[in-house]
Write a protein that binds this ligand. Structure first.
Ligand code: SAM
Length: 246
């Protein structure tokens, strides 16, 4: 998969995307990520890419043309129109399920806004979707683009050591993950649950599933309304309800 990020702050993006798992995955060729400086596409002698809003008001607006040229350059180099996402507090709220769908795509072009945002006409011209990472406003689209890129990239083939690394995690299957422990078995008088030390695979799996249900019930009961639950899960939750009643 290839992700192109159009930004005014390439270094900020590269700093994050060169580190750790994503940095190594890029190095090994499991995923291609390119950060493009929108200023490189300005025809202004001072590399200006913003101007005052028509109609007056606070702040500056990113101009359509440099963004459009950057997009055309990427489309030409990959030989087709990439799926274009504009990071925006006005967009659909980003979820793990969306990330799963994006991770199956060949190309994504992510546009980061800044200042008051970008000229509406370039959104109309090239953007397929507006995505938000939450109901709050940041100074720019870089942090949201990095959040989205990281979430997608870790699900691309070869980036993590196996698919289980992400399919067993919170949100992938509609539940929160069970608690995790590592050595020492006793820390500050707190003992690791006995079942995890016994090596009985089926018992460990059962305990983990129940803990997962338990945590979701306690921390995010809203998720249980849509989580795909099997008969055993439903039995466990029904029993638990009775215990709470007693
Ligand atoms: N004037 C815009 C509005 O009220 O909708 C907000 C502009 S914001 C200060 C600058 C840029 O940050 C946006 O163009 C967008 O790219 C990015 N941004 C800010 N908050 C975001 C969020 N919650 N999710 C995604 N992108 C966000």
């Amino acid at each position: 998969m290839r992700i192109d990020i159009a930004t005014l702050f390439v270094e900020m993006c590269e700093t994050v995307l060169s580190e750790s798992i994503i940095g190594r995955a890029r190095g090994a060729g499991h995923i291609e990520i390119y950060c493009h400086n929108i200023r490189d596409y300005s025809d202004d002698k001072h590399r200006r890419v913003d101007d005052a809003p028509f109609g007056g008001g606070m702040g500056m607006v990113m101009q359509a043309d440099p963004i459009y040229r950057c997009y055309c350059d990427v489309a030409e180099s990959i030989g087709k129109k990439p799926h274009v996402i504009y990071m925006s507090p006005q967009g659909k709220k980003f979820t793990q399920q969306m990330a799963v769908e994006y991770s199956k795509m060949d190309n994504l072009f992510i546009l980061c806004g800044h200042y008051e945002g970008v000229d509406e006409r370039v959104i109309e011209e090239i953007v397929d979707e507006e995505l938000s990472i939450g109901d709050y406003v940041l100074t720019g689209g870089e942090l949201p683009a990095l959040v989205v890129t990281d979430t997608i990239a870790r699900m691309c083939d070869g980036v993590l050591s196996s698919d289980e690394c992400f399919t067993d995690e919170s949100h992938f299957n509609g539940l929160l993950e069970h608690p995790q422990y590592t050595r020492p078995a006793n820390w500050n008088g707190r003992q690791v649950p006995e079942v995890l030390l016994g090596g009985h695979h089926a018992n460990i799996q059962k305990w983990r599933r129940e803990q997962s249900l338990e945590r979701t019930l306690r921390k995010r009961p809203d998720m249980l309304k849509t989580a795909p639950l099997n008969n055993q899960d439903l039995e466990y939750l029904a029993k638990r309800k009775e215990t709470v009643k007693d």
